[in-house]
Design a protein around this ligand. Structure first.
Ligand SMILES: *Cc1c(COP(=O)(O)O)cnc(C)c1O
Length: 369
């Protein structure tokens, strides 16, 4: 690996492939695999990730918003793309770009059918989401009648899949609740299939669902995001997955601070004894939020921990390198395979998902193939 000379996010595509294979080893060979590449591929790069996964063999992609799907189509991605949270103002583009909408309430279902009819579509694939407990998006069981009436009255659309989302798949203390969600989903899907006269693809598991409930809730397809990027929400599962992204930077400047001097805005750090500090070219505008400052978060320099001191600035942060042998220009690891995004996120009471999706777009992505 060449030494970095600026802040970069290194993406290891071999690790991505390994994570995909590990997740697939947890499910039956005939179960379809949907790769979730929303939020810029969890902060990495949705286009490169999707191109690589398309070659590696996935059946579906999912993004959150329509524009994310358009980006993939413009990059030449041919695999079906489920848009998890489409808004009616984008329905025309959904059809034009051959994206597949998740329809989650009566308003969006009827409006999408109108749109598909207007654009003379036949059997345009749609996905119906049921709320089995998350109370975020989704129809309820009592809407089955309404859905089947709408669907049976037109050939403009066809239900490609029915799905639901687990509330606490990573938390085994909530196993009873989760198994109940799975049962509820089964009942609902069977009822809907009975009323429309065909059986759409069924799916409910996210990454932690695959790892914890592959027996009970596998159905016809699974949806994985965080697992592909190397995190399993559990130490046991993290051992089998490899983070694909390593955030690196360099030391811009070293300071020797005298006792009583302060570092950074608002004098948030005051030296109680002489300290050596390093200024790094990465700040809260790059995704390392202010909550990591003032001794909470840390980086690694030549294998040694250096804590962030004072307030994180917009474009820079300062770390305590007292006792660490290093020079200006030396490499710094923010997170990666050893100190992971999950470890760093924990220092600020958040989760890997937030830290990795926050890496700003001004940081260069470098791909290791
Ligand atoms: C984001 C998302 C996923 C992926 O979840 P992971 O925990 O990252 O695997 C799956 N399904 C839905 C509906 C989502 O919004």
């Amino acid at each position: 690996m060449p030494k970095v000379t600026e802040t970069v996010l290194e993406i290891n595509l071999k690790n991505l492939k390994q994570n995909l294979e590990f997740l697939k080893s947890k499910i039956k060979p005939e179960t379809k695999f949907l790769a979730v590449v929303k939020a810029f591929g969890y902060g990495s790069d949705s286009v490169e990730i999707s191109k690589y996964l398309e070659k590696s063999g996935v059946d579906y992609f999912a993004v959150a918003y329509t524009t994310e799907g358009i980006t993939l189509r413009n990059a030449g991605i041919k695999t079906p793309i489920l848009v998890l949270h489409p808004l009616p103002s984008h329905f025309k583009e959904i059809v034009e770009y051959n994206l597949e909408p998740n329809l989650y309430n009566r308003k969006v279902l009827t409006e999408f059918i109108e749109c598909a009819k207007k654009l003379s579509q036949i059997n345009f694939p749609i996905h119906i989401k049921f709320n089995t407990g998350l109370n975020r998006l989704g129809f309820r069981e009592e809407h089955i009648e309404f859905i089947s009436q709408q669907v049976n009255s037109t050939d403009a659309i066809k239900i490609q899949s029915v799905f639901s989302h687990l509330v606490a798949s990573e938390d085994l203390n909530e196993k009873y609740f989760t198994l109940n969600q799975i049962e509820k989903f089964k009942t609902i899907a069977a009822k809907l299939s009975g009323q429309i006269g065909y059986t759409p693809v069924m799916h409910q598991l996210n990454t932690s669902g695959i790892l914890n409930y592959a027996n009970e809730g596998q159905f016809d397809m699974v949806r994985s995001g965080i697992g592909l990027y190397g995190y399993g929400n559990d130490t046991k599962h993290n051992e089998c997955l490899k983070p694909i992204a390593t955030l690196k930077t360099v030391i811009s400047q070293i300071h020797y601070i005298e006792k009583g001097e302060s570092v950074g805005y608002n004098r948030a750090f005051i030296a109680r004894q002489p300290v050596k500090t390093a200024t790094l070219p990465i700040g809260h505008a790059d995704g390392i939020g202010r909550q990591y400052g003032n001794g909470k978060g840390f980086v690694t320099i030549h294998g040694k921990k250096a804590y962030i001191i004072g307030n994180v600035c917009m474009d820079m942060l300062m770390v305590d390198i007292t006792g660490i042998e290093c020079e200006e220009g030396d490499e710094v690891i923010i997170f990666g395979e050893n100190i992971t995004a999950e470890d760093l996120a924990a220092t600020a009471d958040t989760i890997s998902y937030e830290l990795i999706t926050d890496v700003s777009h001004r940081i260069k992505r470098v791909f290791l193939r």
